[in-house]
Design a protein around this ligand. Structure first.
Ligand SMILES: Cc1ncc(COP(=O)(O)O)c(C=O)c1O
Length: 375
């Protein structure tokens, strides 16, 4: 063990967060509503360039509400990418619907439009498609949206990892009928935990707020005509978010710098390929990832072990959902003759430390250690 720990992606606070939190305390708005919640919703909508936003307790809650708002229920099919975090598809199962996992393409690691098209041959009437912008890289949205439109399927964007990323100049999260963001502790900005549901549709966001506050009917007494949730973001937490939002562009700039630094440092090593960035997008580079060439004798575990020995945090690429024991009963669609793109990326990939607080010395050390594994 040597010196301080270098993190994958840890919270980076700047002081402004505390001012908003202090104001919440000073005015006793320590509640699941208040000026910070309203302010954060307005400022996030403004930042992303979308009309409406509902601040929630997590990104997972936002996905869950999006599915509820679309009336997704028992037996309904929802297409989701296999290569993602389980939070993308857990809410599908909360509603007793059936996720059908779609393989990735190589250009962005996201949902393959070809595999998506193939999925319709077997499941012609899915109730929704959830697209994910993995590690901050926008998916092939033009192709995916065209397929959804042709089949009349609603698109939900899981932009949990891609806040700040744009596709053809427009923010990820604002292309689908609804989009979601996450402010979990490791995200590009954090509120410790939290999420946001966004849409151009005011009625949908209004209903999301209603469902998120226990679905209380507009009566003086407590009356409920539907099942609700306690999914609202607190006014204290929203204060952290308002402060963090002021530094989002700076965090993105730094994350992009880190990615570029790794890319340049490994350019001469044919064994290492950095995760691809969508040529039609501007990624927030939330996590810089690399894959290792097959047959070179180095595994992701080996690299992660070398980093861990030096108190440096890396992480395997998400294990695909179609390979997860808990989702074994659900179908997987690929256009590969053998194996899958998602499985291949998982087997050969890892996430490098991408913390905005990484110093030049930290970066040099990480790069030296990784290069050393391939000598
Ligand atoms: C792709 C993806 N979707 C959804 C989530 C869930 O967000 P949260 O942790 O805020 O519930 C995360 C991150 O945690 C994520 O990486």
């Amino acid at each position: 063990m040597e010196g301080k720990r270098i993190y994958l992606s840890s919270p980076t606070m700047h002081g402004k967060e505390q001012e908003f939190v202090k104001e919440a305390f000073d005015t006793n708005w320590v509640a699941p509503l208040g000026p910070n919640v309203n302010g954060f919703e307005k400022e996030m909508a403004q930042y992303a360039g979308i009309a409406h936003a509902a601040a929630l307790s997590s990104g997972t809650a936002a996905i869950h509400l999006a599915l509820r708002l679309l009336g997704i229920g028992k037996g309904d099919v929802v297409f989701v990418p296999s290569l993602t975090f389980s939070a993308t598809c857990n809410p599908v199962v909360y509603e007793n619907a059936a996720p059908v996992f779609i393989d990735s393409e190589r250009d962005t690691w996201n949902m393959s439009p070809e595999a998506l098209e193939r999925a319709y041959e077997k499941y012609p009437d899915p109730k929704a498609v959830i697209v994910v912008h993995l590690y901050g890289t926008p998916a092939k949205l033009d192709e995916i949206m065209a397929i959804c439109e042709r089949h009349g399927t609603v698109l939900i964007e899981d932009a949990a990892e891609s806040l700040g990323s744009t596709y053809k100049g427009k923010h990820t999260g604002t292309f689908g009928k609804m989009g979601i963001y996450s402010f979990n502790g490791n995200k590009i900005i954090t509120t410790s935990g939290g999420g946001m549901l966004v849409s151009e549709d005011e009625a949908l966001i209004g209903r999301a707020r209603f469902l998120a506050t226990q679905a209380r009917d507009p009566a003086r007494y407590y009356q409920h005509s539907q099942i609700g949730y306690n999914y609202r973001m607190s006014n204290v937490v929203a204060g952290i978010g308002r402060g963090q939002l002021l530094s989002l562009e700076e965090h993105k700039r730094r994350k992009k710098e880190i990615y570029a630094q790794y890319k340049e440092a490994f350019a001469d090593l044919p064994q290492i390929t950095m995760n691809p960035l969508n040529v039609d997008g501007d990624a927030n580079c939330w996590l810089s990832c690399m894959t290792i060439a097959e047959g070179c004798g180095v595994t992701p575990d080996k690299v992660l072990d070398v980093l861990e020995q030096e108190n440096i945090e890396g992480r395997p690429v998400w294990k695909p959902m179609h390979l997860q024991p808990v989702f074994a009963e659900y179908d997987f669609i690929t256009v590969q003759r053998q194996g899958s793109v998602a499985g291949d990326i998982f087997e050969r990939g890892l996430c490098l430390p991408s913390d905005v607080k990484n110093t030049e010395e930290d970066m040099e050390r990480i790069i030296r250690l990784v290069r050393g594994v391939f000598r």
